[in-house]
Design a protein around this ligand. Structure first.
Ligand SMILES: C[C@](O)(CO)[C@H](O)COP(=O)(O)OP(=O)(O)OC[C@H]1O[C@@H](n2ccc(N)nc2=O)[C@H](O)[C@@H]1O
Ligand SMILES: Nc1ncnc2c1ncn2[C@@H]1O[C@H](COP(=O)(O)OP(=O)(O)OP(=O)(O)O)[C@@H](O)[C@H]1O
Length: 301
């Protein structure tokens, strides 16, 4: 085989419960991921050294050196097998960059699967998940797709049942938000509110049983009622203009609107396909419609 292309999905966090700041600089999470049908494609081609190229929306914002998550994934997989990471990686990007939809993490997951197939390694899925967790908290989930609860930093996954299709509209924002900056702002707001921000001061995050049940039932109205993101206030504090976007989507008939992960993308849940189309029309050119659940990283024929 000389080239392998893998399709990888974006995510929205339907619940993101954030615990206190840990001594290692991370936060314990109860992170309910849902994969949505917006995709990047990662192609791995035989080469005599590691190189990387990218095309598509916002690619000026991503590094084309060894710090790219796809390149780091190729190196980590090669190290695990004691081989050289000689590969050309090409990323065709459709997932917004620095938008809170884990685009870089998806590319990391895609590169793991593409290199594993190109190099004929047959790495067990559990090992791929472990390598992915070492690359970043969001990297394991796009391997699985569907829906999953992530605990620890968000990297330890348990798959969740999804009983039907959910119709989403994503309002993409100009510019990105830095994930560490949003977590820092969350801690700052907690200190300002006097609740404390450290692990031990903040209640341990837990998955909401009503949210897990709404996913399993495929019930958009029930899911809309319990969507929750503990990073939302922090993202709105750094980007106050997002409040207007939320209001516009709700005014257009969305069942609920929520900042996606660390933002600044805002995710709207619609009752059905027609409702999503109407919300997208009102939001205008920043809107992208997508259906969930989407499958995880898939090698294309
Ligand atoms: C906001 C989310 O996208 C929700 O899924 C993720 O929690 C972010 O995951 P990610 O981008 O893969 O983040 P990582 O690369 O693991 O960590 C980047 C930085 O985000 C912060 N971070 C991340 C995950 C976590 N559980 N606690 C944190 O405080 C830390 O400052 C960390 O240094
Ligand atoms: N393959 C990649 N694609 C996009 N960004 C990458 C990639 N590799 C490294 N990065 C870096 O990661 C940063 C975050 O990009 P990304 O698109 O993953 O953000 P995000 O969707 O907000 O992430 P998350 O939702 O996981 O917090 C970018 O600013 C970029 O510098």
């Amino acid at each position: 085989m000389t080239a392998v292309t893998v399709r990888v999905p974006a995510k929205v966090n339907v619940q993101l419960a954030v615990g206190g700041l840990r001594p290692d600089g991370f936060h314990d999470l109860a992170n309910v991921f849902l994969a949505v049908g917006l995709y990047d494609h990662v192609t791995a081609t035989s080469a005599d050294r590691l190189t990387i190229t990218a095309e598509g929306r916002d690619v000026a914002g991503i590094p084309l050196d060894g710090t790219n998550l796809a390149a780091r994934a190729a190196v980590a997989l090669a190290e695990r097998h004691g081989i050289a990471p000689d590969v050309h990686l090409h990323i065709a990007k459709d997932i917004p960059v620095a938008g809170g939809m884990a685009g870089g993490s998806a590319d990391g997951a895609g590169a793991l699967v593409a290199c594993d197939a190109l190099w004929g390694l047959g790495t067990p899925p559990a090992d791929l998940l472990e390598i992915a967790g070492g690359l970043g908290s969001d990297v394991p989930f796009p391997l699985l797709g569907g829906a999953a609860l992530g605990v620890g930093r968000g990297e330890r996954l348990t798959a969740l049942e999804v009983g039907g299709a959910f119709h989403w509209v994503f309002a993409l924002a100009d510019g990105g938000l830095s994930t560490p900056a949003v977590y820092r702002e969350c801690d700052r707001l907690r200190r300002e509110q006097g609740t404390g921000d450290l692990a031990g001061e903040v209640p341990a995050p837990v998955a909401d049983p009503a949210l897990v049940a709404a996913l399993a039932a495929g019930d958009a109205h029930a899911l809309a009622a319990v969507l929750a993101n503990d990073l939302q206030d922090a993202a709105l504090s750094l980007r106050p203009d997002l409040a207007r976007t939320v209001a516009t989507g709700l005014g257009a008939g969305a069942l609920a609107g929520i900042v996606s992960g660390s933002g600044p993308t805002v995710a709207f849940l619609a009752a059905e396909e027609e409702g999503a189309a109407k919300i997208a029309a009102v939001l205008g050119s920043c809107a992208r419609v997508a259906v969930a659940p989407a499958p995880g990283s898939t090698v294309l024929p």
